[in-house]
Design a protein around this ligand. Structure first.
Ligand SMILES: [Zn+2]
Length: 212
């Protein structure tokens, strides 16, 4: 691109019209100008874009940084406000085109593998009890055992045991309490909370299938 040289007078005008104040005060005028000369303006922009890709990259980066926080808040707010609508829409999309949807999910997973794994392992660490309760539920269903218990029941039971393993008397957070079936599922024990005790991992492992 060849740059045109401006004289002092032109430079002054250019400076004036490119100031933020001037632009803000003449928003309507600017917009009107855009509407009147839409094709020409867009054509110029496109050309400029093609000729200066680096400039636009820089510009976009700057804009992204500047609005990142604001737009994340906006999209969160917007999502919460229209949650039902969003969910309904994505559900419709899913039902309409299940193959496309699974393809999209697979692609999304491949492209975001690391961040998904990190997020999910972080969530699992933070919600360890929830995961454990769910895991025991699955195990007992697989074994055809009777009963189930809730996360709340498990948390209350841990409190009753004072967060302490009844075999080695070590407490959380020094150890990690795990769910133990007093009568093991493999011996026909149920998955009711009355058949559950909190044991630390090593005591739970050494107990195996014995009944304590
Ligand atoms: Zn123990």
């Amino acid at each position: 691109m060849n740059k045109r040289k401006y004289n002092d007078e032109e430079r002054k005008i250019r400076k004036k019209i490119s100031s933020k104040k001037y632009r803000d005060n003449n928003k309507d005028k600017r917009h009107q100008y855009y509407l009147d000369n839409k094709d020409e303006v867009n054509k110029k922009r496109r050309e400029d874009h093609l000729n200066n890709p680096e400039k636009y990259k820089r510009e976009n980066k700057r804009r992204y940084k500047r609005y990142k926080y604001r737009s994340s808040i906006y999209s969160k707010k917007n999502y919460l406000k229209h949650k039902e609508e969003f969910l309904e829409r994505s559900k419709l999309q899913r039902l309409k085109n299940p193959k496309e949807y699974t393809k999209y999910l697979k692609e999304y997973y491949i492209n975001h593998k690391d961040s998904i794994k990190n997020k999910s392992s972080k969530w699992k660490k933070e919600n360890r009890d929830k995961v454990n309760v769910q895991c025991q539920k699955r195990r007992s269903l697989k074994r055809g055992a009777e009963g189930s218990f809730t996360l709340e029941e498990w948390e209350n039971l841990k409190k009753e045991f004072n967060l302490t393993c009844p075999i080695c008397f070590k407490s959380e957070p020094e150890i990690m309490l795990t769910i133990d079936h007093i009568i093991p599922l493999s011996k026909g024990g149920s998955n009711y909370i009355t058949n559950i005790q909190p044991l630390c991992r090593s005591c739970n492992c050494s107990k195996r299938d014995r009944i304590n």
